[in-house]
Design a protein around this ligand. Structure first.
Ligand SMILES: [Fe+2]
Length: 242
């Protein structure tokens, strides 16, 4: 990676008031990217503290990394199908660079999945070596994704916000949500609910209460209760009672 740290959030954008000017626009990336970042941080930390002599530790770590890779693959597919199509229709060629990064991420996901298998099937010192290699490669994957996601949240959002109003971007977001399976939704919510700010969490739960059957909302509320610390649970209770 040759670019300087923070170059992705360019001075030009900040001087032009990018953040203040767009503070109230609908951000299609914000909460899903926060969920993915939380998932990546957790998986990387687990890979770092794995006990290669403990079968449960190896199985748990492998399972978490597989879940992360599946979520990343599904997320790439949704962005390609829904968001890149919207970007291309307002500026043809605008997704060429980001699509190439997506292709590289898909190849990395395949490699990491193979590394997980290699770690699980190895024994003794060979497993320790495989686990450390997996940790290194996963750390690079996470680092690349962190830069990539900020690029999407600035460069891609700038294009979306310039060409679409919020109702049109919400319609793209709704189409993505409608395409997500219930089990994938459950996985994402498990990470998204604790990863977002109280106001974002309240908006998320309000939307689910408005759009989904009562039983679905009750399930998400119970999930949130189990995931949140007392202070955040109290803030959510207050927001939902208002
Ligand atoms: Fe992306």
């Amino acid at each position: 990676m040759s670019r300087a740290p923070l170059a992705v959030v360019s001075d030009e954008n900040r001087e032009a008031g990018f953040y203040t000017a767009n503070a109230h626009r609908f951000d299609i990336y914000r909460t899903i990217h926060k969920a993915l970042r939380a998932m990546m941080i957790d998986s990387l930390a687990r890979a770092g503290r794995i006990d290669c002599d403990d079968a449960d530790s190896v199985a748990d770590t492998a399972g978490c990394i597989r879940d992360l890779l599946a979520s990343c693959r599904a997320h790439l597919e949704k962005e390609n199908r829904y968001v890149h199509r919207a970007l291309e229709s307002c500026r043809p060629g605008s997704t060429l660079a980001i699509a190439a990064e997506h292709a590289a991420h898909e190849a990395a996901i395949d490699t990491l999945a193979a590394r997980v298998v290699a770690m699980q099937t190895a024994t003794g010192d060979a497993r320790r070596t495989a686990a450390h290699r997996l940790y290194h490669e996963l750390s690079v994957f996470v680092a690349e994704n962190f830069v990539h996601m900020v690029s999407e949240e600035t460069t891609n959002n700038a294009l979306l916000w310039a060409h679409y109003d919020d109702s049109e971007i919400v319609a793209i977001h709704d189409a993505i949500l409608a395409s997500v399976s219930p089990s994938d939704s459950q996985t994402i919510l498990r990470w998204m609910i604790p990863a977002v700010s109280p106001d974002e969490r309240a908006r998320l739960l309000h939307a689910i209460r408005h759009d989904a059957p009562v039983a679905v909302f009750d399930g998400v509320r119970a999930l949130a209760d189990g995931l949140l610390a007392d202070a955040d649970r109290a803030k959510l209770d207050a927001a939902l009672a208002a």
